[in-house]
Design a protein around this ligand. Structure first.
Ligand code: PLP
Ligand code: COI
Length: 356
């Protein structure tokens, strides 16, 4: 059990008003978790303190070489008052997967989960209760050595902040339009694509601006070598239902191994729907859209949950997905995943963890 010192704020903020739309990632709670790392000493001094600025030396390595990682998960308030997390052990595992790629020291999985539970417990009253709202949890690690040479840092801070949120996309569950990018590339195999680190997101911004200008909400990335195979969306993994089969790009080292992706694959398999994790080419999507076998397209992610896609644009072509509405499978997956997360559906898979 992680030993955490708790210093409560003497100046609590006002909770968001009931009619606040909780625009994603704009409001932060009263407290934050911090733990330090030093080579030779390991992770130490775990504490929860009032939410406050992080003071760093301008030469801190995170500013120069981007040695940092982050995670994303959510806490939900069930109707009976229980506070629930969804598969936090998977975020802990993915943290260490990211850390090993970025030469950041490992964190014990139990310590990661204990820290998440502790900060959520302290700020429990910030968990919103309206439909489609939750408390977004953002754990992250930064390299803090004051040093300008290129090497892994010897000191780090692991921090967790919390933000009450509504839907990630302003569209909510309404289908989103997605831009297939053929010029910029997000990641390549052997790079850092499967790590959850800022570098992948800054690499995505120019294309995202371009897509927004054209009226598209997100970018769908192609593989960095042939620019032919589908990878993932800016903040979601992507699924296609073609001729009754659910198809999604396989984990190939350059896409994020999404926890929602893993859960959706497991649910589809349980429901007897064939699932294929494999290479998916843009050409195949063209054909499927043309011959009418493309039944549904949806993205999956913690922030976005299950997000139906109505249009895919590639170069000058717009592929419309069926009638542009919410597909039956997308709706069922959304209802099931969010029902499990919110304790409305009984969890039989050991996915839901209560914060006590
Ligand atoms: N892909 C990217 C690039 C993401 O940022 C996210 C969000 O975390 C996902 C996929 C979905 O992952 P998860 O379902 O674990 O949230
Ligand atoms: C998440 O879904 O948790 C994410 O990290 C998406 C994010 C980039 C907002």
């Amino acid at each position: 059990m992680l030993d955490i010192r708790i210093e409560k704020t003497t100046n609590p903020k006002q909770l968001p008003a009931a009619d606040n739309p909780l625009r994603f990632g704009t409001i932060f709670t009263d407290h934050m978790f911090i733990m330090n790392y030093e080579t030779g000493k390991g992770w130490h001094d775990a504490r929860i303190v009032p939410y406050q600025p992080v003071v760093l030396d301008p030469s801190a390595m995170v500013f120069h070489y981007g040695q940092e990682m982050f995670e994303g998960l959510k806490a939900y308030k069930a109707a009976d008052g229980r506070v629930l997390l969804f598969r936090p052990d998977m975020n802990a595992k993915r943290t260490n997967h990211t850390n090993s790629r970025l030469c950041i020291p490992e964190i014990a999985e139990e310590d990661f989960v204990d820290a998440v539970k502790a900060i959520v417990k302290v700020d429990e009253k910030w968990i919103p209760t309206k439909p489609d709202t939750s408390l977004y949890i953002r754990p992250f690690i930064i390299a803090t050595d004051p040093f300008l040479g290129v090497r892994p840092s010897d000191t780090y801070q692991f921090i967790i902040i919390l933000s009450p949120v509504g839907p990630y996309y302003p569209e909510g569950l309404d289908p989103v339009k997605i831009w297939i990018e053929d010029d910029y590339v997000r990641a390549i195999r052997g790079g850092i694509g499967e790590a959850k680190t800022g570098g992948n997101y800054v690499a995505s911004m120019a294309a995202q601006l371009k897509a927004h200008e054209e009226g598209y909400s997100q970018v769908l990335w192609l593989d960095g070598v042939e620019r032919k195979y589908i990878e993932e969306v800016g903040a979601m993994n992507i699924f296609f239902k073609i001729n009754g089969t659910v198809v999604t790009p396989m984990l190939n080292g350059s896409i994020l191994p999404g926890i929602t992706r893993d859960s959706v694959i497991a649910l589809c398999k349980e429901w007897g729907i064939p699932v294929e994790e494999r290479k998916v080419s843009v050409d195949e999507l063209y054909e499927a859209a043309k011959d009418g076998s493309m039944e549904e397209v949806f993205g999956t992610g913690t922030a976005a949950v299950v997000s139906p896609v109505s249009h895919l644009r590639f170069k000058d072509h717009v592929l419309k997905v069926k009638d542009g509405g919410i597909g039956a499978l997308s709706q069922k997956l959304y209802d099931t995943v969010s029902g499990l997360q919110r304790g409305q559906i009984v969890d039989t898979r050991g996915w839901v963890v209560e914060v006590k």
